[in-house]
Design a protein around this ligand. Structure first.
Ligand code: SF4
Ligand code: SF4
Length: 379
């Protein structure tokens, strides 16, 4: 396993982190804890969890693993999270930290996230006097947490705003080989600021392993597109740790093997991937962002088209797409977006689109999924 510095903190963190959101919930907590211990034995020293992951069992699973680690607890970096809307007072923020510590069988967390900032008003809510951040600062003073960090789905310029006051010691961003054009400004902004960057979703939520053939153009000779996607995040100098949601030992072995062999991703590599994306993703949105900021009614066209990629890659039916839409509007890249049905078909985005996508027709289809109401109850 190669290690990397975590921003200005300088911690020597493994390039691959254990993302605790994809445990096999048919297995017992004890069997899943063994998986964590196996990962630690392979050199993975970053363990990431949160309340609610895996039917709310993830923290308990890590807690079992940490009990087995005993004095080796100090060899790993442990992170958990709390959402501003659930921790809307300093007292609730502290109570959430204490609950995580209890479940994790530890007396400190190395990192604690202000979790899932989707809009800047959520950040402002976390920072208000008497709010979550204040509670976390007190936890930090008492040694319950060592660093306050933030996880966000904001786009590049808003990530810069989020980080501009130096309140956080690191950031967790959803970035991968398919969406990086859309997300790269945020990664670069955090790196420029000297912050450690953790990458989540390196396999695009399973889209890449499920579409190995379609996405084969991402891979170099002798590797799969899944390996290419892992190598991309692991090899990016701007990313300190890539969180991979492991379910099996084989997943861990693959990520460790890629990390052993990954050369740094250079600007030349990035250009090569950019060009392959635009040449091979004929009917897919590449996330290049050329359509952004043009829409007279404020529709984030790239966000909708990236979401629509899922339909083309996976062939989901209307009901499944409507459900995914609900999730994207609640937690993903479409939070706060005006409905697709607001499109007035002016055509500006289609003129600017580097892929010449039929955006208006696609937005019409998305509008039908919106009207079905199926996604509205999604969590
Ligand atoms: S065609 Fe629709 S989405 Fe595109 S810029 Fe015009 S109003 Fe916005
Ligand atoms: S210009 Fe086209 S390909 Fe690029 S982000 Fe916009 S919709 Fe996607």
């Amino acid at each position: 396993m190669i290690n990397k510095p975590f921003g200005h903190l300088g911690y020597d963190v493994s390039a691959v982190g254990f993302g605790g959101m994809r445990f096999d919930t048919k297995q017992s907590d004890s069997e899943n804890a063994d998986l964590v211990l196996y990962a630690v034995d392979q050199g993975i020293n970053w363990l990431d969890t949160a309340p609610s992951y895996c039917d709310d069992r993830s923290e308990d699973i890590f807690g079992r693993a940490l009990r087995h680690l005993g004095p080796r607890r100090s060899d790993v970096y442990l992170s958990s999270k709390g959402m501003p809307e659930a921790c809307d007072t300093a007292e609730k923020a502290r109570a959430a930290v204490e609950k995580s510590l209890r479940r994790l069988n530890t007396d400190y967390l190395d990192f604690y996230y202000v979790w899932c900032i989707r809009r800047l008003d959520e950040y402002e809510s976390a920072m208000r006097p008497g709010g979550q951040y204040e509670g976390l600062l007190r936890c930090k003073e008492e040694g319950l947490i060592r660093h306050i960090v933030v996880s966000t789905h904001l786009r590049g310029p808003d990530v810069q705003t989020l980080l501009s006051n130096n309140e956080f010691d690191g950031v967790l961003l959803g970035v991968n080989i398919l969406n990086f054009l859309y997300r790269w400004d945020g990664v670069k902004a955090a790196h420029r600021q000297g912050l450690g960057v953790a990458a989540m979703n390196p396999l695009a939520g399973g889209v890449i392993p499920q579409n190995e053939q379609t996405l084969a153009f991402l891979a170099e000779k002798g590797e799969t597109s899944t390996e290419a996607a892992l190598r991309f995040c692991i090899g990016c100098p701007q990313i300190s740790v890539t969180l991979v949601g492991f379910t099996t030992r084989q997943h861990i072995d693959t990520a460790c093997r890629v990390a052993e062999q990954a050369d740094p991703i250079t600007d030349e590599h990035i250009e090569r991937i950019r060009s392959r994306l635009s040449q091979n993703m004929d009917s897919l949105c590449t996330g290049c962002g050329y359509c952004m900021g043009l829409c007279p009614v404020g529709i984030p066209v790239a966000g909708y088209m990236q979401y629509y990629n899922d339909k083309l890659l996976t062939g989901k039916n209307d009901g499944e797409m409507a459900k995914t839409l609900g999730i994207q509007k609640k937690f993903g890249m479409l939070v706060g977006a005006p409905p697709a049905g607001d499109c007035i078909a002016c055509g500006r985005c289609e003129t600017a689109c580097t892929q010449r996508l039929d955006i208006v027709r696609r937005l019409n289809t998305v509008a039908q999924w919106e009207q079905s109401g199926i996604g509205e109850s999604q969590k």
